[in-house]
Design a protein around this ligand. Structure first.
Ligand code: SAM
Ligand code: SF4
Length: 318
């Protein structure tokens, strides 16, 4: 499936829920999100039907995200169904890791290939603060469990926040020396909760290279990946820098997104959405609806002009 700029679209990110068991300050409102009506959320039957059609159209990589994907009951069963679809090469997940200790083995058995785990700090108190009440021990045990069952390679996603975790950059980078994990520093994006943040919280992730000497650039074979990778000589893992604002990766973008309410977003940074749940319910030809939507995928985002989307990250899954 190609868009009108010749980009091959083969990567679908599905947000299974906008709910979460944490309340990260930059992502979710403190009181959580308004509970949606059951009928407004895609059922697993609808999700499977849409995924099947996407795969027929050429999607080969699927990532489950949220909100927190592991809080939606039925996720394991869903993975075991979609991982068996002909044409699916990889099913991955982005999770906060809190429930991973409990589910790692089931996820692996169901056919999940890999997992990205979000962790912004290694300090227990700071973790509790940024997540508004989470316990870092749960995540560390989750990472251990994921490694043990082979949900690898594991990537740790760290959002860089000025005045919060800059000082921890060296310790986070050091995790890559003896562990076969990639630690990826993501620049904070001014969307949703963080749209009103003071400018000093937005720091460029070149800070990582300023603070840590001796990292060497490594070739990233995946050209659609938004990360530039670095490595210490002899380290087991890599250090990734993802700068959605200061450095555009739009020209190699291969991804589209499906929200838990069935909205297809062809660009994370655009407010334009196509309602696939409605199209399903109206008996429309979903394949044609999707194909048409892909042809209207934006060429690039305009964050540099401060054109930010109105949704929070928990609603679209990052
Ligand atoms: N709950 C899961 C998790 O935390 O990994 C999956 C959903 S979460 C929305 C996906 C990713 O988006 C996380 O790594 C999170 O840190 C990141 N994120 C959320 N809000 C962000 C923002 N304003 N700027 C940059 N990254 C953000
Ligand atoms: Fe939940 Fe992930 Fe958002 Fe944190 S970043 S509140 S874990 S959805």
């Amino acid at each position: 499936m190609k868009d009108s700029f010749g980009r091959e679209i083969n990567y679908l990110r599905i947000s299974l829920t906008d709910r979460c068991n944490l309340r990260c300050e930059y992502c979710m409102p403190e009181k959580g999100v308004k509970k949606l009506n059951h009928s407004d959320i895609l059922s697993f039957e609808e999700l499977y039907e849409l995924t099947r059609i996407f795969v027929e159209l050429g999607i080969s990589k699927i990532r489950l995200t949220g909100g927190e994907p592991l809080v939606r009951l039925g996720v394991i069963d869903f993975i075991s169904k979609i991982s068996k679809l002909e044409g699916v090469k990889e099913v991955a997940m982005t999770s906060n890791g809190v429930l991973l200790k409990k589910y790692a083995q089931d996820l692996k058995d169901a056919g999940l290939n890999r997992i990205n785990i979000s962790l912004d700090t290694l300090n227990e108190k700071s973790y509790q603060k940024i997540t508004r009440g989470g316990s870092i021990n749960d995540v560390l045990q989750g990472i251990k469990a994921a490694k043990e069952v082979g949900l690898t390679p594991i990537k740790i996603n760290t959002v860089l926040i000025g005045g919060f975790n800059e000082d921890e950059i060296p310790s986070l980078v050091d995790l890559t020396i003896d562990n076969n994990v990639d630690v990826r520093f993501i620049e904070l994006m001014p969307i949703g909760e963080s749209a009103q943040y003071d400018l000093n919280k937005f720091i460029p992730n070149t800070k990582v290279l300023e603070k840590v000497k001796g990292l060497e650039k490594v070739h990233n074979e995946d050209i659609s990946s938004p990360a530039a990778y670095y490595k210490f000589p002899n380290a087991k893992g890599r250090v990734g820098l993802i700068n959605p604002i200061s450095c555009k990766f739009c020209s190699n973008c291969n991804r589209i997104r499906l929200s838990s309410t069935g909205k297809l977003k062809s660009c994370l940074h655009s407010n334009r959405e196509i309602d696939l749940k409605e199209s399903l319910n109206n008996g429309q030809d979903i394949k044609e609806v999707i194909k048409k939507a892909i042809l209207t995928k934006e060429e690039e985002h305009h964050l540099e002009d401060k054109k930010y989307i109105s949704r929070n990250m928990n609603q679209i899954g990052g």
